[in-house]
Design a protein around this ligand. Structure first.
Ligand SMILES: NC(=O)c1ccc[n+]([C@@H]2O[C@H](COP(=O)([O-])OP(=O)(O)OC[C@H]3O[C@@H](n4cnc5c(N)ncnc54)[C@H](O)[C@@H]3O)[C@@H](O)[C@H]2O)c1
Length: 374
């Protein structure tokens, strides 16, 4: 995930900040998928490859249909964590079709693949996100080779355009809505205490959490009946929140939570959003006492006295894992995770030492009440 090395620079005085706006265009709203051809046109691409996972190939076909002759093919083999083998296969297809641009229709895995094509082939990307992961808002790329994920930042991978259509998220299963939504909230939580935060980022973070926190309880109870449009407002609020939280991820350096999830995901091949959902309340309980400004913003956004407890309450529901143990992590793995986290720590508002990290990981493993570590 976000590597801690990219926002380096001389320090600014207390209260000062540096903010760099990222050049991106966002089209948001129900039915906005219809505007995709216009957004693709703006990139100048004439031969577009549409990307998706195998599960979302129907969406990819729909997108290709919308683009008309401008779409020269579909590659529907996107996989979690962007394996280099998948990138090589996509490159071969892109080269064979002489593609000069791509549209990524899906979640972070599909958008991650489009970023790899942007990085290695210079293809401009238009993203159509269908989860709340937020990759579309960042210049962060990731590639996995031999079980090891490498990440970096490069402006070339930032999508030129992003089309957020809440209608495309109606098919998200309830548990994925919750875990993906908490994944988004995690970006905002860490942006609020980031070493390179700013008032702009803080405002986006607080509003993003507010939108998601308002929406997730009803989405958690979603029956999956897509003929029921009662959740439309919730879906819209959640996607708007995901956009804001993703923008926070793109603008700041992440801390302990993202480091832990990066190590857990890479070392133990854990599912991305679920890992975030399990870890966030525990990291919040650990960090927020050392980050009063972030704590206050989160309490306002969550409408709660105890932000970590409110996050724990949000990160629950049928199908949502209650602890790392439920994700198949063995207790013996926790030591190795702690070793790797401590070997190359990210900046963090509260110093991280071995006994406290071990206690945090154990609480997350059992799924006990967050804050037993402080
Ligand atoms: N580079 C970045 O800035 C960044 C940011 C966040 C996440 N990521 C990466 O993104 C990946 C995780 O992304 P994710 O959590 O979005 O999962 P994902 O993209 O792997 O999607 C999970 C599953 O849900 C399906 N799906 C997606 N949208 C759906 C919808 N609307 N309806 C039904 N099914 C749908 C997908 O096809 C897939 O099978 C990880 O590899 C993570 O590292 C990168």
């Amino acid at each position: 995930m976000t590597d801690g090395s990219v926002h380096e620079g001389g320090s600014v005085h207390e209260g000062g900040f540096v903010y760099e706006a990222l050049p991106m265009r966002v089209v948001f709203g129900r039915g906005s998928l219809a505007r995709l051809p216009e957004e693709a046109e703006r990139t100048g691409a004439r031969r577009i490859l549409v990307l998706s996972t195998p599960q979302q190939r129907d969406l990819a076909a729909r997108v290709a249909g919308l683009l008309g002759p401008r779409a020269v093919g579909v590659f529907d083999q996107a996989r979690m964590h962007v394996p280099v083998e998948t990138v090589a296969a996509a490159e071969a297809v892109a080269d064979g079709l002489a593609a000069d641009g791509c549209v990524a229709a899906g979640g972070g895995s599909t958008i991650g693949l489009s970023k790899a094509l942007a990085l290695r082939r210079g293809l401009p990307v238009v993203a159509v996100p269908t989860t709340y992961a937020g990759s579309e808002m960042t210049p962060i790329w990731g590639l996995t080779e031999n079980g090891r994920k490498t990440t970096g930042r490069d402006p070339v991978v930032l999508p030129r355009g992003v089309v957020y259509d809440p209608d495309l998220t109606m098919t998200l299963p309830a548990a994925v809505s919750v875990t993906s939504g908490v994944n988004a909230i995690a970006h905002a939580v860490e942006a609020l205490y980031a070493p390179d935060g700013s008032p702009v980022v803080a405002a986006m973070a607080e509003q993003g959490v507010r939108d998601l926190a308002a929406a997730l309880p009803s989405l958690a109870a979603d029956t999956g009946d897509t003929s029921d449009t009662g959740d439309t407002a919730g879906r819209e609020a959640a996607l708007r929140g995901a956009w804001l939280c993703g923008a926070c991820l793109g603008a700041t350096t992440m801390s302990l939570h993202h480091k832990l999830c990066h190590v857990l995901g890479g070392m133990l091949n854990l599912p991305h959003a679920e890992t975030h959902a399990v870890m966030l309340p525990h990291v919040a309980a650990y960090n927020l006492p050392a980050a009063p400004g972030a704590d206050a913003a989160l309490r306002r956004a969550l409408g709660a006295y105890d932000a970590a407890a409110a996050l724990a309450a949000l990160a629950t529901g049928p199908g949502v894992p209650g602890g790392l143990r439920e994700l198949g992590v063995a207790e013996a793995d926790l030591d190795r995770v702690a070793d790797e986290v401590l070997a190359a720590p990210y900046a963090n508002p509260r110093p991280v030492n071995r006994p406290e990290l071990a206690a945090l990981l154990r609480a997350a493993w059992t799924g006990s009440t967050p804050g037993g570590t402080s």
